[in-house]
Design a protein around this ligand. Structure first.
Ligand code: 13P
Length: 249
């Protein structure tokens, strides 16, 4: 059985006070669920979030991390720093990191290796841009993103990988991939992993969909057989919406 996961990527939102207020509300309203529920506040509030959720089943994860062990990388955060405050999962490869901060497949591959060496879990994000979809290249773009960053890993590393397919054209735009488009791509991703490894690994890895998931569309998207949950941006910033999406899984 694959893990079902609903994760909130808070991006660059919420002050400390707002972070604590949202976590208090989320904890109070959290429904009974088999799914893993995760939140990714901004770095500066991770310690507070971990403390705040000490007795909660909600897990705190990081939005990013650097590939180097330590050193002269002004403004960056290492795996050991995350581990030292109780974080053992990092989002890597978000399209905003790729687009605005120059993170290439090569850099992302290094980040993944470092995280796994540190025994962390990786939530690896990838997805095509609008032009790729319009030109029919979306499958080949996704395949190369996976291949370049992940397919050199040992089979055993895959137990630490969560995938998040986020078509760039659906992020923050209000336009979602249709449930059929999400299912089609998730099935393709599983087929690609089967070819690179085997069906055991492909069938075990959780593949989340991200891109304008809202309470109104979550049930339909999550009902697809290869969609194992969601990575939620805007709707994760509103407790009632995030809770509704957790209920949808
Ligand atoms: P939205 O849900 O705001 O479209 O963001 C999705 C996302 O980028 C999550 O990482």
């Amino acid at each position: 059985m694959r893990s079902k996961i609903v994760a909130g990527n808070w991006k660059m939102n919420k002050t400390l006070a707002e972070t604590e207020a949202l976590l208090t509300e989320l904890s109070a309203k959290l429904p009974d669920t088999q799914a893993e529920v995760m939140v990714a506040p901004t770095y500066i509030n991770l310690t507070a979030a971990v403390r705040h959720l000490a007795s909660s089943s909600i897990e705190v994860i990081a939005q990013n991390m650097h590939f180097a062990e330590s050193g002269a990388y002004t403004g960056e955060i290492s795996a050991d720093m995350l581990l030292s405050v109780g974080i053992d999962t990092a989002i890597i490869g978000h399209s905003e990191r790729r687009a605005y901060f120059g993170e290439t497949d090569e850099i992302l591959a290094k980040k993944v290796v470092t995280a796994l060496e540190k025994n962390m879990r990786v939530m690896f994000c990838f997805g095509e841009e609008l032009e790729d979809r319009k030109s029919g290249n979306h499958f080949s773009v996704v395949e190369s993103q996976l291949k370049n960053a992940l397919f050199s890993l040992d089979a055993s590393s895959w137990s630490k990988i969560i995938l998040a397919y986020e078509p760039v054209w659906a992020i923050g735009t209000g336009e979602t991939a249709s449930p059929e488009q999400a299912q089609e791509m998730h099935a393709f991703i599983r087929k690609t992993i089967t070819e690179a490894y085997d069906t055991g690994i492909a069938n075990k890895v959780s593949i989340l969909y991200g891109g304008s998931v809202k309470p109104a569309n979550a049930v339909e998207i999550f009902s697809k057989p290869d969609v194992d949950g969601g990575l939620i941006g805007g709707a994760a910033l509103v407790a009632d919406d995030f809770v509704a999406i957790i209920k949808a899984i």
